[in-house]
Design a protein around this ligand. Structure first.
Ligand SMILES: [Zn+2]
Length: 298
């Protein structure tokens, strides 16, 4: 159930700069401080500390909260259907499947009615950040998610929200696992098993017995450290590995759950590729069989 938010936390802006949003790219990571992976917190993010008068002057046209999400928007998101209910359901789905704890703090979701408004805002308040269609930022315990209205906005929000939900623990997830899980949950719930857009390409490769056709190597995905290093193929392969491990067997799902639990507690976790090799010596055959057996839900 949505309820109004009494305080203002995110600034409105009138900057007129424009930037290109050339590619979908979700989570911006930056090495800060100790060199460990963390999230970038722009120096101008601001009005969490504004006084009451300033807050009132900068109130967003639409504000609401649901569960762990606090929404600030320049349009009425309730006109878009079951948006808020879906966010609650997503958090329940992620926690139910993965056993992850609830986030330690509220996730702020900032939404714009158009790409132009979104670009103006991001350029004004976050000039050093790369241009992205949607962006998740977290540092110092505060999570913020920025996006704008377009036909795929719900997919963007689910994807980014999963990053927010999974990265509130002590340690950052391996990039491939973080993105693979976000890809897994980004579609509507009834499409997760056999309706993701990646499935067609993964099935084609799984069915192709010609020389040179390779099953994606998990170890290769584990070597990725920066979102900028990931192309659409890496997102697809990360999704495929997450789907395979979550659904092949209880024991393969346990590999992901154990790793998430270790990372959540701040403990080192060994690469999943080693666990897979030990548990499934013929993983290539199993991987391809897993996807060949799926009937697409289009
Ligand atoms: Zn992502």
């Amino acid at each position: 159930m949505a309820r109004p938010i009494a305080d203002q936390t995110i600034p409105m802006t009138s900057s007129s700069h424009a930037i290109d949003l050339k590619r979908r790219n979700w989570l911006y990571r930056s090495a800060l401080g100790t060199g460990a992976l963390t999230f970038l917190w722009p120096t101008m993010l601001p009005t969490l500390l504004l006084g009451a008068d300033s807050q009132a002057a900068h109130r967003w046209p639409y504000e609401a909260s649901t569960g762990m999400f606090c929404i600030h928007a320049d349009f009425d998101v309730s006109q878009g259907g079951d948006f808020l209910v879906e966010l609650d359901q997503l958090m329940n789905d992620v926690r139910g499947l993965l056993g992850t704890p609830a986030p330690k703090s509220i996730i702020h979701m900032v939404l714009f009615s158009s790409s132009d408004e979104y670009r103006r805002y991001m350029t004004h308040y976050y000039p050093s950040l790369p241009a992205r269609r949607a962006l998740f930022i977290q540092q110092r315990g505060t999570a913020m998610l920025f996006a704008h209205r377009h036909p795929e906005m719900a997919t963007d929000l689910r994807h980014e929200s999963v990053h927010a939900l999974l990265n509130s623990g002590e340690s950052a997830l391996p990039l491939w696992l973080d993105e693979g899980l976000a890809e897994y949950f980004e579609g509507p719930a009834d499409k997760r098993w056999s309706g993701h857009p990646h499935l067609h390409a993964v099935q084609q490769r799984a069915a192709d017995q010609s020389p040179g056709t390779q099953t994606p190597e998990l170890q290769t995905l584990e070597e990725l450290n920066q979102v900028a290093d990931m192309s659409g193929e890496q997102y697809r392969d990360a999704w495929a590995w997450v789907h395979f491990l979550l659904h092949r067997r209880q024991s393969t799902r346990r590999l992901i759950l154990d790793q998430l639990e270790q990372l959540c507690r701040g403990r080192p976790a060994q690469p999943l590729s080693r666990c897979v090799a030990a548990q499934l010596p013929d993983w290539r055959t199993e991987f391809n069989h897993h996807f060949r057996a799926l009937t697409p839900n289009t």
